[in-house]
Design a protein around this ligand. Structure first.
Ligand SMILES: Nc1nc2c(ncn2[C@@H]2O[C@H](COP(=O)(O)O[C@H]3[C@@H](O)[C@H](n4cnc5c(=O)[nH]c(N)nc54)O[C@@H]3COP(=O)(O)O)[C@@H](O)[C@H]2O)c(=O)[nH]1
Length: 630
């Protein structure tokens, strides 16, 4: 139902209810005064009418108190109309001061009652006045002007003050409603501005988003074309942002992004655009630049600024970034093509060790196409069972016993032949395919280990390489648990080989997974130990059983004093941390002898055997065990 006041929301409803009470109260007071005056001046008829009206309005008041506001307002309006009409006919007709109350009653009904009542009331008043005038004109009734005296003054004053107070209240409501309307308008216009801003800007950093960056870049490309200049797109990706976010929390991550956004803004001119693409990726569009050297200079400034220390809570953090630069060099270049090239260059910068930049060149396209080609072949290979596992035996150097095997994946492609893992594992990692491939590897390695155990080959520990990407994108805990359940292999016979770079991420998520797997009984080793980082503090946070000395140190062990020094240091670290140690890549007797002298306990390498297909490995172990027994 349509309501006669501003709107039907709860605020106006409240105002209407409050006003109904006030109007009834004021009117009852005025009628009470008038009633006293009529009684004292012996105007019995008027006194009866006023008395009846007082009672009826009192009833309306009680109805309102019970929450039936519509009914209360209707009875109040009709009672007043009936009272005035009756007074006109019983008292001084058209000369009666009660005539003055009509406008107030009309306003009241218009404000508080239903529209139909307003129309009905106006019709009743018009009809009543017409009949009064008709009666006067026809001489059926003769109205005498009011006697001007105290009674007249009281009637007029009561009517006028009732109207004045009611109008005053209405004006107050009106002003309140106007103010509410203004505030609402302001709020709407602010929200509209905010929506417009967010359509083109990033909510966290307030930098232009990709939509605006695209627009600015197109504009810059047009301008550069006209002025025979170039446009550079710089793609910035913060290194290890996920680690910071995971370990310090999202609030700290947000603070870092806001700070980095400000630093980037300070690196460029006002006319250049700094944009946030999402996550930890930013873009800079350099307008009207002359040559690549200009973009490189700004990129170096960016790398320097980003690597300045930053206070996050109580920690002093140093962030770094990897940057790709692409320069527009033809009229066909657009935002998307530039972005794709800058992105490729950024990945190249990441691959070459992070905290550096790379300028795009066309050879990257060839490499990228090759990788895409390999990636699609790998997807097919997974379906066609072209992957297989080879196993390299691992030895106890004192006893000469085989203690385990490392599972190493191989790809036999029908046309490409045997593709080395060094070529396809990085592509699988970049594309995320390593997750699916890794699932197959874990299941197959567990199945094979169980089979050998059942065949009586002994309790060989199976080493399985797990890529950091599997921890980030896959569910390693779930994977290993289901592989163990499915094959029935004892968890102690599995060793997951982790990379140093993974443990350096120091993520809470990783700690939880490793702790849960350790509780199952699994072992862990650190692969390629010694190649990565001098800071070994991560060994405190992650419990591992074994370090694997990288083969690059073993290869020149007997020729290079440096390598020997490193191997000796690693052996000392392992001894003091009470960790097992295995040297990989042992190819000759001299290296083996030296390693035993230095105190290394375990080894693997071509000296004994390369990684072998499962059946050959089985024969190898049987031969080895037989020769040792005889
Ligand atoms: N995530 C996974 N990564 C895997 C898996 N299988 C292999 N890989 C990784 O690929 C890289 C290359 O592996 P591969 O070509 O198999 O080379 C391994 C050995 O064959 C080789 N090796 C062993 N002994 C010798 C030796 O005496 N001389 C010599 N020149 N090479 C030798 O070394 C590689 C051992 O690698 P790792 O112990 O892992 O460091 C390699 O990085 C593999 O990790 C997989 O299933 N998942």
């Amino acid at each position: 139902m349509k309501t006669p006041f501003f709107s039907s929301d709860s605020t106006t409803q409240y105002i209407r209810q409050k006003r109904l009470g006030a109007f009834i109260g004021i009117t009852m007071l005025a009628i009470a005064f008038s009633l006293i005056e009529k009684i004292t001046s012996q105007q019995k008829q008027d006194a009866w009418i006023l008395g009846a009206t007082f009672v009826l309005i009192g009833v309306a008041y009680l109805i309102a108190r019970r929450g039936r506001y519509e009914l209360a307002a209707t009875s109040f309006a009709l009672t007043l109309t009936a009272m005035i009409a009756t007074i006109h006919w019983t008292s001084k007709g058209i000369y009666d001061p009660a005539m003055l109350a009509y406008p107030a009653i009309i306003v009241f009904t218009g404000l508080l009652c239903a529209p139909w009542l307003f129309v009905l009331q106006c019709a009743i008043i018009m009809l009543n006045m017409s009949l009064l005038v008709l009666a006067e004109v026809q001489g059926w009734r003769h109205s005498t002007p009011s006697h001007v005296g105290l009674g007249y003054w009281i009637d007029m004053s009561l009517i006028m003050s009732t109207i004045a107070i009611s109008v005053g209240l209405i004006m107050k409501d009106f002003r309140l409603a106007l103010r509410a309307l203004q505030i609402e308008n302001l709020r709407v216009s602010n929200s509209q501005k905010e929506i417009e801003f967010l359509a083109t800007h990033d909510a966290l950093t307030h930098l232009p988003n990709r939509v605006l960056a695209r627009d600015r870049c197109s504009h810059a490309l047009d301008l550069a074309q006209r002025n025979q200049q170039s446009t550079a797109l710089i793609f910035i990706d913060l290194d290890n942002f996920k680690t910071i976010n995971d370990s310090l929390g999202h609030a700290a991550g947000d603070q870092l992004l806001v700070e980095m956004a400000q630093r980037l803004r300070h690196c460029v001119r006002q006319s250049d655009t700094v944009s946030r693409q999402g996550g930890d990726e930013f873009l800079i569009i350099l307008e009207q630049i002359g040559q690549a050297a200009d973009a490189i200079e700004i990129t170096q400034k960016v790398i320097h600024q980003i690597s300045q220390p930053l206070q996050l809570g109580h920690l002093n953090i140093t962030a770094t970034c990897s940057v790709g630069i692409a320069l527009a060099n033809s009229a066909q270049d657009d935002f998307d093509s530039l972005l794709q090239r800058a992105d490729m260059a950024m990945y190249r910068a990441k691959a070459s060790g992070r905290n550096t930049f790379c300028l795009y060149n066309s050879s990257m396209d060839t490499k990228a196409t090759e990788q895409l080609h390999l990636e699609s072949k790998m997807r097919e290979a997974l379906g066609n069972s072209e992957f297989t596992l080879h196993y390299q035996p691992q030895f106890d150097l004192q006893s000469g016993q085989i203690i385990g095997a490392e599972a190493l994946v191989r790809w036999r492609h029908p046309e490409l032949g045997l593709v080395p893992p060094g070529k396809f594992i990085p592509v699988a990692e970049n594309s995320g395919l390593i997750v699916e491939m890794g699932e197959w590897i874990v299941f197959e390695a567990c199945r094979q280990a169980k089979e050998w155990q059942s065949l009586g080959l002994g309790n060989l520990v199976m080493g399985i390489n797990i890529s950091p990407i599997q921890f980030r994108r896959g569910d390693v805990e779930q994977l290993v648990t289901s592989a163990l359940n499915a094959t029935g292999l004892a968890p102690e016979l599995i060793e997951l080989e982790l990379t140093e770079s993974l443990l350096l991420e120091d993520s809470q998520h990783l700690k939880v997974i490793l702790r849960n797997l350790r509780q199952l009984g699994l072992r862990f080793s650190i692969d390629d130990f010694g190649t990565g980082y001098s800071n070994l503090s991560y060994l405190k946070h992650f419990e591992v059983e074994r370090l694997k000395i990288d083969q690059s140190f073993i290869r020149r062990l007997t020729e290079d004093a440096h390598d020997e020094a490193i191997v000796r240091a690693i052996i000392q670290v392992a001894n003091s941390l009470k960790l097992q140690l295995i040297a990989e890549g042992i190819e000759d007797q001299a290296s083996l002898t030296r390693l035993i002298e230095l105190g290394c306990e375990q080894g693997q390498g071509y000296l004994w055997s390369p990684a072998l297909p499962a059946d050959e490995f089985q024969q190898f172990v049987i031969r080895h065990q037989t020769s040792r027994a005889s």
